[in-house]
Design a protein. Sequence first.
Lengths: 504, 504
Amino acid sequence: MTTDSTWEDFAARMRELRHLDSMSSLMGWDEQTMMPPKAAPGRASVSGTLAAIEHERMASTEYGAVIDKLEQESLGETRRSMVELAKRKRDQAVKMPARLVRDLAETSSRSQAAWIEARSKDDFSIFQPLLQRMFDLKAEQAEALGYEKEPYDAHLDLFERGATAEMLRPMFDSVAAGLTPVIEAARAHGDDDRVLPRGPYEVQAVLAYCNDLLERLGYDMEAGRLDVSAHPFTSEIGPGDVRVTTRVDTGNVQEAILGTLHEMGHALYHMGLRDDWAETTIGESVSLGVDESQSRLWENQVGRSLAFWEGELPKAKQSLRPWTDTTPEDVYRAVNRVRPSLVRVKADEVTYPLHVAVRFELELAISRGEIPVADLPTAWNESMKRHLGIEPPSDADGVLQDVHWSLGYLGYFPTYLIGSVYSAALFEAATQALGGADKVDAQLRAGEFAPLLGWLRTNVHEVGSLKLPAEVIAGATGKRAAQEIDTAPFVSYIRNKYGPLYGM
Amino acid sequence: MTTDSTWEDFAARMRELRHLDSMSSLMGWDEQTMMPPKAAPGRASVSGTLAAIEHERMASTEYGAVIDKLEQESLGETRRSMVELAKRKRDQAVKMPARLVRDLAETSSRSQAAWIEARSKDDFSIFQPLLQRMFDLKAEQAEALGYEKEPYDAHLDLFERGATAEMLRPMFDSVAAGLTPVIEAARAHGDDDRVLPRGPYEVQAVLAYCNDLLERLGYDMEAGRLDVSAHPFTSEIGPGDVRVTTRVDTGNVQEAILGTLHEMGHALYHMGLRDDWAETTIGESVSLGVDESQSRLWENQVGRSLAFWEGELPKAKQSLRPWTDTTPEDVYRAVNRVRPSLVRVKADEVTYPLHVAVRFELELAISRGEIPVADLPTAWNESMKRHLGIEPPSDADGVLQDVHWSLGYLGYFPTYLIGSVYSAALFEAATQALGGADKVDAQLRAGEFAPLLGWLRTNVHEVGSLKLPAEVIAGATGKRAAQEIDTAPFVSYIRNKYGPLYGM
């Protein structure tokens, strides 16, 4: 075979794999937004079949042979990256027995359904057997994939290439050390008046406003859509098709708005990936941490800034009647109110990292076999007490609050903190590139989001997976990639913003 | 291999094929209800990949070998039918080159998008090149599949097993002969006052009413959902997941209501298929004609009856404000108003068969190469003039009105008339079994739909594809399956109902 025909063969296989991903994304989106309840068991079987086909294609000896052949040829940087990433993914797939792949996919659908029921009935025992099964399968997966120091590293690596428990521990520690004084200052200061009007907000009006917001900030409504789901998420179903969801509480509008900005951040990243790489391995989001840096940046650095609300408030008032007498400062103080709370997705950005720390700690213990699944509710509550000083009165607001474990996302939560840390570093670099903080504030105030989005497109989105996650961030921030994640920009962002807010 | 393991292998392959069907259905449903416009080209490629995988699995030599082996064993009726149907489908697949399968799937997505644009701009030239491409591919397909008398028979057989142009011609002729006097009587009689209030109807109120209707008539809302699409359709995505759509015109509520009953009829059939056959070849709708008999029966024999509206009207009035002064007789006369019109989906049940005749005639000519695609708009208008005495003022209401050709559904339209003819025969048999016309009328008036649905479940739905389409109908109506389709029950149903309405 000549190089050209080998490359064509390789390209066709990459394309087919991306297409199978697309089907899988569509099924996942449908399950969480549209699917009728009685479809769940049947859908689980179909997901299992699709996963088995994906695995068969990925692990095929023909694909392996093509990759091996191309590895020995001299290719440009772009093609070399495509081949390297293909090899990494194929190696992971080959290590996974087909039976395990199918079991994971089927258990994921079933256990998600059980989680929904368990949470709505506040009854962990409904979820427990399927969660046990899921963790057993994940333990098997870690052994199959292999790791250097401990099983948890195998899980982490799936979501954030190269991350290890050893590397993340200092990040958690230094962030906790940097943030604790802020939380204590907030506790001492008192801020009971810093709340947005309680509504009631009309669901349709809130959704209409969220749609406006998406459109004005740069989300392409012709290439996506906003729906409602129990747990908000973003789904790239394919080129020209990146969908987001939110949830609307008639008594609390903040969650819908900031949640929409969060998912929009993910979506803008996926919409900004290069079209000409769409059917290759490098045309994907590089890691969950980098993906999360985009959602955090739009949610926090933009959506929780005073400048943004100075420009946005008059528009928001057109849809949100209860906001008639609200000022930009009211919104700013409310969305930046620091208060240890029970539910991660409702947490402020200062206590949020501690919610992640609770999960990091428990996941590590689970993967080491130190906590039986039956004890998770108790262990959860103890960890919440230790990190945040509060204890959940119910499992629904405790161990049952997140969908992730039901889907088998062990090692996923730490990427939320990585994202926060990266978002601060990226915003710092963008601010400098765009002419300084005053200039960027003026743009946000004027509703000009194109310069910031443009900078992110060029420096992050269009790089795709051409480089390693840490290299993407290093390239964008003009620094060298290091072994440890630098938490300084994040801690100083928090201190600079919350110091004045809480008289530190 | 022992018989047991051969059977297990066969069962696993049937199951996988049904699962691939499920993915394909979900993508199709999404395309027509939810998908953002810019996703179309990418989705077309993904559809092509899925079609190629389905074809690969269906045509695999291993599947062929298992089928051949099982054909020689002595199996019970159920298993024998599964194997026979598998063989028929596989033979069709094997005859189709993989390239043709992929081209058909990709062209289908693209040409559907072109059709949507062409119709909205009333410009056939936008659609013409893709329709040409589609018909060329369909001609190739007919040659690949083979036929005895003419290419069109190959198309027909895909939708209605065993149907041929020669067999359908007498059905079209005898129905036209039987119905023409009714149409002439209606034309002479005058019925300008037989209309429902023009509205305006609120879209949300109409949809809420359609949802009520579905639920009360026996559609399981936990195993399906109602959405809006340009062309109403039913999609069986899997067990426990049969979705319907409708369209709502604020000035004309009749179409939304009867359209919902129509799609519900399809959905009740699919919901009534046996669960334990769900992952086999016989757990499917047996043919489009039988499927259509179910939609027609609920739309026409139920939804266009006086008894139904006598019971239904008070409930309808709760949602449909413009109906305040409407009587059951008003609705009955309006939904049974006979008037040659331009658009098939808006046609009454007497002129409807002539719309089908127009398409049957044109499709036959296309498949014989007697009409160039460029001449279709003119040929359409001429045929409308001949059959219905009216000529479309625009292609949007003429040759561009149906989605079907864009999807490659050549040979599909005749099944609409087969469905009407079968629906009358089935309703006649059900009426007799349930104690006569007065008894059934009393049930419809009382909103008791379970007896009729129960009869259809037992006699049609639960038979699945265990028998041939004509055998299913023969079994249900207690007659012997014959070569020709008996149109007498349909013609007498129309004459008995419309005679009194138009003073014949």
